[in-house]
Design a protein around this ligand. Structure first.
Ligand SMILES: Nc1ncnc2c1ncn2[C@@H]1O[C@H](COP(=O)(O)OP(=O)(O)OP(=O)(O)O)[C@@H](O)[C@H]1O
Ligand SMILES: [Mg+2]
Length: 516
């Protein structure tokens, strides 16, 4: 049943908005295709959809659809939106939780649906509304060159600005199709061109683990093409569950977020690939077998800042080599479980220069539970960096990063020293083995200087080789080590009986070959 309000409104007409700003916004504020489609997923999430299916028709990318199984929309609401409602979201009035699944509502402004305008000037909406058991079909056509035309409109004489046209028709309600479908059949050429490059198209696998494996084997996902970036972007930004359980299990710092996302249970499928959130424990290194040291630092923040609570929890994962792919380096801020843009490689403007390559070793996520939202720019991809909540989060993050980087630095030094010691030990053992081959004696080293004042002294009886560590060996630990080994080789050769001068040289050469 249509309400009286809807009856008064025409079922077709001009799309009207109350401000030039909205017209400019409709021309595109979202930075990436992933962010554009993320808005549609967020809208579905806000009406308790448990499944969203997006199709982009690869490899042609000439047709985009987004179907959800949420509560649907009434014709009345749709007309209200077209007739001055854009930019006036009523979603947060009340508790700010969704009706059925009590999810935190994402929508706030009333412009997310305009994201479709970034894909095309025309789109269609089909919606079957669960509660009223009504359904409609709507078509929307936006004027071309909107921004230019808007510039010419005198705001003193015009209250409502035309943005395009819409038309609607009621259709029979089908309970099996409860939810909303948005269809863009005339996709802008820019979108098609971007995703369907003239060169080779790498079709992604239909299994997400395989998809990730491929992404992690690349230095950058972008090298696989924009379509892969789109899939990655949606997986990273949308409020979907983590890919179940990796080899090391789920880190405790993430248990709450992971549980919540599982409970909210949004299934997101793009062109037959079911997307999951890639967790930090999932092969961040890009190689399964290497011996990588990793650890997770939890991040917690709960404080009133500028009179308003700011509550954030998350983790910073650090490993002792560069994280692949680059799109995963940095820190990802999530508000209401939605990723704000991608991972920020700058760590909210941390002074990375002093960290050198270590800045590539961290990947983290910060779940904002309260606050910060007022610092979010309307594109939902970036922040107002002067907002007190942003500034405080930034400061706290940097304070957490500093010891983490310092720890990584000393870990790196220790590891290098250990590797160096191991190498040294190996060369010593190799030399001792070779000495045994030629002399038939199992020597061991004695580093204490002996009283003869010799650099190296070979005591066959005691089976000891004395090396004067305190002597003035060439500087540099690797050089000094080599010099000592050569001196040992010479001393062992010289300990052969004097009459066999030639043999002594042969022994020396043999040992030298082992040492070098
Ligand atoms: N998939 C959908 N199912 C049901 N209703 C929808 C759907 N998508 C959009 N709507 C309706 O259209 C309105 C406009 O959506 P839009 O994304 O532009 O604004 P919003 O979600 O309220 O705020 P924001 O701009 O912050 O996303 C929504 O408030 C909602 O009522
Ligand atoms: Mg929205």
């Amino acid at each position: 049943m249509a309400s009286t309000r809807a009856m008064k409104r025409p079922a077709k007409g001009e799309i009207r908005v109350s401000s030039k700003t909205l017209i400019h916004i409709s021309q595109g504020i979202y930075r990436s295709t992933a962010s554009t489609l993320r808005e549609l997923v967020s809208n579905a999430y806000d009406v308790d959809a448990t499944e969203v299916v997006i199709t982009t028709n690869p490899p042609r990318f000439d047709h985009v659809t987004c179907t959800d199984n949420g509560a649907g929309m009434t014709l009345d609401a749709f007309i209200g939106l077209m007739d001055g409602g854009i930019g006036d979201s009523g979603k947060r009035v009340g508790k700010g939780l969704t009706a059925k699944l009590r999810r935190p509502v994402i929508g706030r402004i009333g412009i997310g649906l305009l994201a479709v305008a970034q894909l095309s000037n025309a789109f269609e909406v089909w919606s079957h509304h669960r509660d009223t058991e009504t359904a409609f079909h709507g078509t929307v056509t936006l004027h071309d060159r909107l921004s230019d035309e808007a510039d010419q409109v005198d705001p003193d004489t015009t209250e409502i600005l035309p943005m395009g046209e819409y038309d609607t028709a009621r259709i029979p309600f089908d309970p099996k199709r409860t939810g909303t479908t948005i269809v863009v059949s005339d996709v802008k050429r820019g979108f098609t061109r971007k995703h369907a490059p003239p060169t080779e198209f790498h079709a992604p696998p239909t299994d997400f683990r395989q998809f990730l494996d491929r992404c992690f084997s690349e230095r950058r996902i972008s090298s696989l093409g924009h379509y892969w970036e789109l899939l990655w972007g949606l997986a990273v930004q949308c409020p979907i569950p983590y890919l179940p359980e990796g080899p090391t299990g789920e880190p405790p710092a993430l248990a709450a977020a992971s549980k919540r996302l599982n409970k909210q249970g949004l299934r997101l499928v793009v062109d037959q690939l079911r997307l999951w959130k890639p967790g930090p424990w999932q092969r961040l290194d890009g190689s399964a077998n290497r011996n990588i040291e990793a650890h997770m630092a939890p991040f917690e923040l709960d404080k009133a800042v500028a009179g308003k609570p700011l509550k954030v929890s998350g983790y910073l994962y650090a490993q002792n080599e560069a994280i692949k792919p680059t799109e995963r380096r940095g820190v990802l801020v999530r508000i209401r479980d939605v990723g704000i843009g991608g991972y920020d490689r700058g760590f909210l403007d941390y002074d990375r220069a002093s960290e050198g390559p270590r800045a590539h070793w961290i990947s983290g996520e910060l779940y904002v539970e309260q606050g910060l939202e007022n610092a979010l720019n309307v594109d939902r991809d970036s922040f107002n960096e002067m907002h007190p909540h942003y500034l405080y989060l930034q400061e706290q993050l940097h304070e957490t990063l500093l010891p983490l980087f310092r720890g990584m630095q000393s870990g790196q030094r220790k590891r290098r020293a250990r590797e160096h010691r191991e190498q040294e030990e190996q060369s010593i053992q190799r030399l001792l083995g070779a000495i045994k081959d030629v002399t038939n004696v199992s020597f061991s080293f004695e580093t204490a200087a002996d009283d003869t004042g010799r650099l190296v002294r070979v005591d066959r009886k005691r089976r000891k080789i004395y090396v004067d560590e305190g002597a003035e060996w060439p500087s540099g630990s690797a050089t000094a080590e080599l010099a000592k080994l050569i001196a040992v080789a010479r001393a062992v050769a010289d300990s052969e009986p004097r009459k066999h001068a030639r043999k002594r040289d042969e022994v020396f050469l043999h040992l030298l070959r082992e040492v070098l």
